[in-house]
Write a protein that binds this ligand. Structure first.
Ligand code: SF4
Ligand code: SF4
Length: 341
C-alpha cells in the first residue's frame, strides 16, 4: 500500500469507528508557532499556565514522537440545539465528557494503524498538540475569525482528535478560508474577547472565565455573563456556516437535566460530584460552580432565590461569599426597581 492508499484505508477506518471528518497533516505542519508564543508572552491565556509548559512540544510533533512522519486529525460532530432551560450550558458540555468518547475511538483507530506497522500517540485537547491549526492544515476546515475551526458541512461543532504517527501518509488538501467579509462572531461577542479577526484574548472570554479561570469573575464581566453558567456559544451560534449543522449521532452527548440553580446552592461536594459524574462540568468543582451559579442568579434571580443565596454569604471561601453578596445586591436592586415601577 502506498502513502495515498494508506490514507484512504484509514479514512474508511475512521468512518467505521464513528468519526465524521478525517484528514492528514504533514509532520512538520505550520502551527503558527510565532503567533502562539506571542499570545502566551502577552498573557492572553490567563490562568491556563499549563499552556506555557514545553512550547516546543506544542509546536513540533517530532518532539513527542521522534520517528513521526504524519499527523491524523479526526472530528466528531457534537451539534444539538440548546434545550429549553432557565440558564445556559455550552453545547459541548450538555452531555457526557467528550474526552473519553473520543479517546476510545482514537484508540480503535490506533489499533488499525498498528496493523499497518505504525507507532502512534493519540490526543484529545489535553495533549501537547495545537489541534486547531493542525486540523486546518489537515484539510478539515479553516480557523475562522473567532479562532474556532469551521467545516463546510458541520460548521463550528466538531470535537477534534489527533494521532501523531510514524506512518507515511499523503497529506490532505487544505481548504480555503471562507470567512470572507463576515464579522458576525466579533460583533456577537458580549465581552469583545475577539480583539481582532483571528485573535482571542482568553482573559475576556466567558468560556474561559466560567471554565478555566480559578478566582472570582471580574466585576467588569459579571453582567455580560448573563444566564451562562458554564461556557459560551455566542460566537459559534451566529456563524453562518452553522446553517447546515446536523444533530449529533452520539447519544452520550444528549443533554442531562439542568438542576434548579438555587437548589444547587445547598449541595454538598458529594451531591455535586454525583450530579456531574461523567460530565466535563465535574472538573469545575463545587465552589466554582457556585461562583458561576451566583453570577447567573445575580443577573436573572428572583425573590425566591434569595434564601439560598443568603446561606452562602458568610461562606469560608471568600470567592463564594463575594459572589453571594453580589448576587444578593443585584436581586434586591432588581426587586426595588420592580416595586418603583
Ligand atoms: S465564547 Fe463567548 S465570550 Fe468567548 S469569544 Fe466567543 S462569544 Fe466571546
Ligand atoms: S461568524 Fe463569520 S467571521 Fe466568524 S467564524 Fe463564522 S464565518 Fe468566520
Amino acid at each position: 500500500m502506498d502513502a495515498t492508499a494508506r490514507r484512504e484505508y484509514l479514512r474508511a477506518a475512521a468512518q467505521e469507528v464513528g468519526f465524521d471528518v478525517f484528514g492528514i497533516a504533514p509532520v512538520d505542519v505550520d502551527v503558527r508557532a510565532d503567533y502562539f508564543r506571542r499570545w502566551i508572552a502577552e498573557g492572553m491565556h490567563g490562568d491556563m499556565t499549563w499552556m506555557e509548559k514545553n512550547p516546543q512540544r506544542r509546536t513540533e510533533a517530532k518532539q513527542v514522537l521522534p520517528e513521526a512522519r504524519s499527523i491524523v486529525v479526526v472530528g466528531l460532530n457534537y451539534y444539538q440545539p440548546h434545550p429549553p432551560a432557565a440558564y445556559r450550558i455550552a453545547k459541548y458540555a450538555l452531555g457526557e465528557d467528550y474526552h473519553g468518547v473520543l479517546l476510545k475511538r482514537l484508540k480503535k483507530l490506533c489499533t488499525v494503524m498498528r496493523s499497518l506497522g505504525g507507532e502512534q500517540k493519540p490526543y484529545v485537547d489535553t495533549g501537547p498538540v495545537l489541534e486547531k491549526p493542525v486540523a486546518a492544515e489537515a484539510g478539515l476546515g479553516w480557523q475562522g475569525k473567532s479562532t474556532i475551526l469551521l467545516q463546510k458541512g458541520f460548521g463550528t461543532w466538531l470535537f477534534l482528535g489527533v494521532i501523531i504517527t510514524t506512518l507515511e501518509l499523503t497529506p490532505s488538501s487544505k481548504q480555503p478560508n471562507r470567512c470572507g467579509s463576515c464579522t458576525r462572531c466579533i460583533e456577537a461577542c458580549p465581552t469583545s474577547a475577539i480583539i481582532a479577526p483571528y485573535q482571542l484574548d482568553a482573559r475576556k472570554c466567558l468560556a474561559y472565565l466560567t471554565i478555566e479561570h480559578q478566582g472570582a469573575i471580574p466585576l467588569a464581566y459579571r453582567f455580560a455573563l448573563g444566564d451562562r453558567v458554564y461556557g459560551c456559544d455566542d460566537c459559534l451560534d451566529v456563524c453562518p456556516w452553522n446553517r447546515w449543522a446536523q444533530n449529533t449521532k452520539e447519544a452520550r452527548f444528549a443533554p442531562r437535566p439542568h438542576p434548579v440553580l438555587r437548589d444547587t446552592l445547598a449541595w454538598t461536594e458529594e451531591e455535586f460530584v454525583e450530579h456531574f459524574r461523567g460530565s466535563p462540568i465535574k472538573r469545575l468543582g463545587l465552589h466554582r460552580w457556585w461562583r458561576n451559579a451566583l453570577t447567573v442568579l445575580g443577573n436573572t434571580g428572583s425573590r425566591d432565590d434569595l434564601p439560598a443565596v443568603l446561606k452562602l454569604i458568610n461562606h469560608d471561601d471568600a470567592m463564594v461569599a463575594d459572589h453571594a453578596c453580589w448576587a444578593e445586591e443585584q436581586i434586591r436592586q432588581r426587586l426595588r426597581k420592580q416595586e418603583i415601577a
